[in-house]
Write a protein that binds this ligand. Structure first.
Ligand code: IFM
Length: 475
């Protein structure tokens, strides 16, 4: 494909062109990088509490210091400028801004994001702010957390408080990051904070997260915001392992609980009928879904954020489900669904690398839904990156991962998908939730003993790709 006016070719060896204005960025999240967990009036979040319980975080670590970004933010913004990205996706820490979970605003918390946003703009980088990336204030969890309806309104309060301070400079808002993780890892399997294993609460949390999204969209619009607003979902194509009807049904159910339970309410204003029927058949009550909620949830959005890491191949285990009694499956009602290896290359997370799954998911979204423009708000991989003898960090697997996924994104664009941007996860090695610091996703290596940052070879390569394609203005 040859670049036309207004388009620039992705540097060799990636053939193809990204549309003019395509947005190139990197992403992070507050709890994973900020540290300074008790500074400037920040209150405890569910992750601070969760991390105190032995066994919850694989390496026994916590977010007290993390990448010390709270103090080193200027150095980190310099890295962004060096990378040449046009946008930076960060999240605001709810317990820094509303430490008690109520309406008392901690201005020192807002001051931090004020400095960050000004620092980005001074470097010519668009701030993309995520309002919730999993760090619920602990007092709200003490009152029931996302399983309680009231939490949705508290989230809208956060949106208002942040918008009041930053709304004059932030032109892109993401309400929630990956509500699947908040609801299902947090409340069903308990692998994530708050560590509850209550499937019924996970379903309530799902709905209240979605409701919170809708209320936050409304609050931003009511505040007169002309910024683009969207939600970020972690989506996975789900393939049946065989043509057997039971495997096809297993794939349908898993797809329902991973993808459609979020996509349909937001983009169609209804829960998928088959998902509701499955849940009712399994005895789950649905009375938390109240009249009018779905209208709120399906308020028009300007952008759909897609986080893509892998795809799933599943089969029905029938009565032989090996994990059924060992640990709860996060996918409520899917304890009898087994994951089948396709012997694809694995990342350090043991996630199968399937770039074409990204193309498939994007094409499906554009075909099945009336989607607004789509942005890949996260894509990346963890590998065992170690500094070499001269201090350099070579990560050829990550380069291959990113390039292959960019090719898949280009293919999707070629098939008519309105894809407008790509944010690499992540700028820095950071606290990978229940894996602690043992899994490195950054294009910049962090030595957690010294906090020294070293761009990996993938950072140099991404810089080259961005330079060849242009950072692009806001959508
Ligand atoms: O680190 C996470 C991020 O917080 C949310 N999306 C997936 C990433 C890798 O697991």
């Amino acid at each position: 494909m040859t670049a036309t006016a207004g388009e620039r070719a992705l540097v060799d060896p990636l053939p193809g062109v990204f549309p003019s204005g395509f947005r190139w960025g990197v992403a992070t999240a507050a709890y994973q990088i900020e540290g300074a967990a008790t500074e400037d009036g920040r209150g405890p979040s569910i992750w601070d509490t969760f991390a105190t319980v032995p066994g919850h975080i694989a390496d026994g670590s916590d977010g007290l210091v993390a990448c010390d970004h709270y103090h080193r933010w200027a150095e980190d913004l310099d890295l962004l400028e060096w990378l040449g990205v046009g946008a930076y996706r960060f999240s605001v820490s709810w317990p820094r801004i509303l430490p008690g979970g109520g309406s008392r605003v901690e201005t020192r918390g807002l001051d931090f994001y004020d400095r960050l946003v000004d620092g980005l703009l001074a470097r010519g980088i668009d701030p993309v702010a995520t309002l919730y990336h999993w760090d619920l204030p602990q007092p709200l969890e003490d009152a029931g957390g996302w399983a309680e309806r009231d939490t949705a309104w508290r989230f809208a309060d956060l949106a208002v408080a942040v918008h009041e301070r930053l709304g004059d400079r932030v032109s892109s808002w993401i309400t929630l990051n990956e509500p699947w993780c908040s609801a299902f890892l947090g409340y069903a399997s308990g692998n994530h904070a708050p560590g509850r294993r209550e499937p019924a609460a996970a379903l309530r949390a799902t709905h209240h997260l979605l409701l919170g999204h809708g209320l936050a969209v409304a609050a931003l619009r009511e505040a007169g915001s002309s910024a683009e607003v969207g939600i970020t979902l972690n989506l996975y194509p789900v393939h049946p392992a065989t043509e057997d009807a039971s495997d096809i049904d297993a794939a349908r159910r898993l797809d329902g609980m991973q993808n459609r339970i979020f996509l349909d309410p937001v983009l169609r204003g209804s829960y998928p009928a088959d998902v509701l029927a499955d849940l009712s058949a399994r005895g789950f009550g649905l009375d938390h879904i109240q009249p009018g909620d779905l209208d709120t949830i399906s308020a028009p959005i300007d952008v759909l954020g897609v986080n893509y890491y892998s795809s799933f191949c599943v089969r029905s285990a029938g009565d032989a489900a090996p994990h059924r009694n060992r640990h709860a499956s996060p996918w409520v009602g899917c304890d009898d669904v087994d994951f089948v290896s396709r012997h694809l290359p694995l990342t350090h997370m043991d996630w199968e690398v399937d770039p074409d799954g990204l193309r498939q998911m994007l094409v499906r979204l554009a075909g099945d839904y009336k989607t607004p423009p789509i942005v890949i708000t996260e894509n990346g991989a963890a590998y065992r990156d170690l500094p070499g003898t001269t201090g350099q960090v070579d990560d050829p697997e990550r380069i291959q991962f990113v390039e292959s996924h960019l090719r898949a994104a280009l293919a999707a664009i070629g098939e008519g998908v309105p894809l407008r941007g790509y944010f690499l996860w992540s700028l820095l090695d950071n606290l990978e939730w229940a894996w602690g610091y043992s899994r490195r996703f950054g294009v910049v290596h962090v030595d957690f003993a010294t906090q020294q940052r070293t761009p990996k070879s993938s950072a140099y390569r991404y810089r080259e790709i961005v330079a060849a394609n242009g950072p692009g203005p806001a959508l």
